[in-house]
Design a protein around this ligand. Sequence first.
Ligand SMILES: Cc1cc2nc3c(=O)[nH]c(=O)nc-3n(C[C@H](O)[C@H](O)[C@H](O)COP(=O)(O)OP(=O)(O)OC[C@H]3O[C@@H](n4cnc5c(N)ncnc54)[C@H](O)[C@@H]3O)c2cc1C
Length: 469
Amino acid sequence: MNRTAECFDLIVVGAGMAGHCAALEAAHLGGSVLLLEKTAQYGGSTRMCGGAFAFAGTAIQKEHGIEDSAELLEEDLLKAGKYRNDRALVRTYAERQFENYQWLKQLGLAFEQVSLSGSQSVPRNHSISPVKVLDTLHAHYLAAGGSYRANSQVTGLLTEGKAGACTVTGVQLVDGGVILARGGVVITTGGFSRSADLVERFVPHLRAALPMGGYGNTGDGLKMAWALGADLVDIGYVKGSFGAPVRAKDGPEDLDAPRLLSAMYKGAIVVNRLGRRFVNESISYKAIGDECLLQPDAVAFQIFDQQVMDQSSPLPTVSDYKAGLAAGVVVKAPSIAALADLLGIDACALNATVERYHQACDGHAEDEFGRTSLSTGYGKPRKLLEGPFYGVACTTGLTSTYCGLRTDPKARVLNVAGNVITGLYASGEVMGGFHGETYMSGSSLAKGCIFGRLAAQDAVGRAKHAGVR
Ligand SMILES: Cc1cc2nc3c(=O)[nH]c(=O)nc-3n(C[C@H](O)[C@H](O)[C@H](O)COP(=O)(O)OP(=O)(O)OC[C@H]3O[C@@H](n4cnc5c(N)ncnc54)[C@H](O)[C@@H]3O)c2cc1C
């Protein structure tokens, strides 16, 4: 080991949700911690996300008469993942989620609302401003004595021992500097939605999706661990998210407009430019995203009425239809036909589509696409009757890549032979195996918290056990 290099018990690479939770947990456990962030501003995708956490059995659910449990949450996660998830990871999430919800609450984070979203059989998305979450975690971390460095891109992992059985001992920075870690390195670098190369290599079916997610999320951590023989899982399952308001792929991002909108779970229908529905709107917005990419120009329109608009709320941001209206991405018209004209949709076809949908809502006909609920069996579809009417042109956004490094339930990274790469941990979006075929809304933030803390617990224990502190 280089004796002149700085040394910490734990180094955490990437300062989003997962990184902050890992770093804070380690600091609370008395470890010396360094949190490194590539960009000037901590937060990554977490900063721009909807702020919804999937938790079950909470007080706010009980207040709203929502019956939920860890078992139902576990089953929903498996169902969404088509049972191709790593069951040990899903079980760990189910067992730990309530404790992590309480941990966040004890840090002063009040979850203001609970709502229904994709793949949830009951409303369980607990919403809060993601910026507030980050700032709160960051303040607690600094107060607990943790060190933080922005503009500090990690470019490689330092190791000892032979290939296939190495131990990770620290990190290399972009400026050539090295920093050592006694207990380990936690990779929390997020996904690769901003790397055109990795999108082309791993998820070419999503090359037409709108790149979203943190600006520093170019798959760095995934590549660093891959170089050490880390196993990669769930790569083929990645889906985009339906509901990204249309903008030019290389054009500027409108920071005032919601990044994603999902009015379909409140009763909107989704049609293509021909004015036809093409999907059961109650399924996961990930699965709708796949279908949207197959429509003309990869565009689809959420069409809704005033009853849905009246349910607009600032949180979760996917329900902030009023912000969409103010930013001009949601348009308003006095009739369905006038709305169709504004959106460039065939008006006759849209009227006929709405008429058929109403017939099904009234029970006079089977729904064309089998829609019988608002989301995953919950809530009844409603007619679009109350003007004015609203529409938003959307496409599929690559918000998160939710695949990558295989870990065990302690968040220890496994190599292709299934063995632990000693001293290497991963949490958050860079971690694979958890979601399986489809991602359940709200599970990414909570997963980053749960496994980030578990990684920290193991790594700090390792540093202490080695007796080298
Ligand atoms: C529009 C949108 C809405 C979403 N809504 C939700 C939601 O409501 N609920 C939910 O659960 N999920 C949601 N997601 C997904 C979720 O936001 C992310 O999956 C989650 O925030 C990822 O957290 P993370 O900590 O793993 O990564 P991030 O928050 O992306 O943080 C990773 C950090 O690592 C840094 N980094 C990268 N490479 C390096 C390097 N080499 N060295 C140092 N630092 C590095 C990055 O700059 C970044 O700051 C949404 C995503 C988007 C884009």
